[in-house]
Design a protein around this ligand. Structure first.
Ligand code: ATP
Ligand code: MG
Length: 285
């Protein structure tokens, strides 16, 4: 039986989370992450450890069947691959920044300026779309020091908190794109490999659902059950169990993490007590 070859970053910001995701999907790997390859003992996949820059090309060529990497790298390399799923980690943005004492009035500032970046393709596209005539200086690392050493007037780079910019006396002036980790695949997978990918996707979705939801248990007076049920729809409807104390029930349900605090406030207002909340490990819808 064939195996789905999945490329992940060998060492860097994505490595640990990529392997954690596979592990959360129940995929056990036989040998350490430092090697070139690892095989799973309980799922038909083989993991290839590569530089993230090389993953789009390997997936396009079919050396790897799928890969986990930042969307920024997928867009920059512009290879023919399928974006299968956004994975919800390694969120960042790619932004233009200039020295902080520059009076910035808009993107036209960059006309006839020089911008240092490791993402020339994405940046050129932005300049084209905005009719800006700037020159791009492609460098592979430490982009943030370029203005200070006189290499460029501004930079285009990954920003997450903005602290690197600040340390280097720069300010973010244009947010060009947002990025997060994604799963990509070869555009022409065999039926057998597609089936393995679909199984993996199902597991990833269950892990993501679980991460986005909380399991909630609470006690409530019986007369509040209809209203509580309407704010706690759960997966089908909440479980309601009688408590030993007459007139009271225990209600169990699942709530979305992002709506969580609002819901807690509403439940308290309806007389809920003894509210317990726990994480969900897997959630199959
Ligand atoms: P490689 O040696 O594999 O080429 P790299 O140096 O290009 O690694 P990393 O710095 O490890 O890459 O970043 C990998 C990816 O993680 C980036 O392409 C981006 O999608 C994401 N990323 C980078 N920096 C941040 C950040 N500060 N916050 C969140 N995500 C980030
Ligand atoms: Mg890289």
């Amino acid at each position: 039986m064939s195996k789905l070859k999945i490329a992940v970053q060998k060492s860097g910001r994505l490595s640990e989370k990529s392997l954690q995701l596979l592990s959360d999907c129940g995929i056990r790997l036989s040998n350490g992450e430092r090697r070139l390859k690892a095989t799973s003992t309980n799922f038909p996949v083989e993991i290839l450890f590569l530089r993230d820059d090389d993953i789009p090309q390997y997936v396009e060529e079919g050396v790897a069947d799928a890969g986990i990497l930042g969307q920024n790298e997928v867009w920059e390399k512009d290879k023919k691959v399928t974006q299968v799923k956004q994975l919800g980690f390694a969120g960042c943005r790619l932004s233009l920044a200039v020295p902080k004492d520059v009076v910035y009035t808009g993107a036209a500032y960059f006309n006839n300026k020089k911008v240092a970046t490791s993402y020339p393709v994405i940046l050129q596209k932005f300049f084209n779309e905005n009719n800006i005539n700037a020159s791009i200086e492609t460098i592979s690392g430490s982009v943030e020091i370029a203005p200070a050493i006189g290499l460029a007037d501004g930079i285009f780079d990954i920003v997450s908190t903005g602290s690197t910019l600040q340390i280097n006396g720069l300010k973010e002036v244009e947010q060009v794109i947002k990025s997060e980790a994604v799963l990509i695949s070869n555009t022409n997978l065999s039926a057998e490999k597609q089936e393995i990918l679909d199984k993996l996707l199902f597991r990833i979705q269950s892990v993501k659902n679980a991460a986005e939801n909380k399991y909630i248990l609470l006690n409530a007076p019986n007369e509040a059950i209809p209203q509580i049920s309407s704010i706690l729809p759960g997966m089908k409807s909440p479980t309601v169990l009688p408590l030993a104390e007459p007139g009271w029930s225990s209600i169990h349900s699942v709530v979305r993490e992002d709506a969580f605090w609002d819901i807690i406030d509403q439940l308290k207002a309806l007389g809920a007590e003894g509210i317990l909340v726990t994480n969900v490990e897997k959630m199959i819808l």
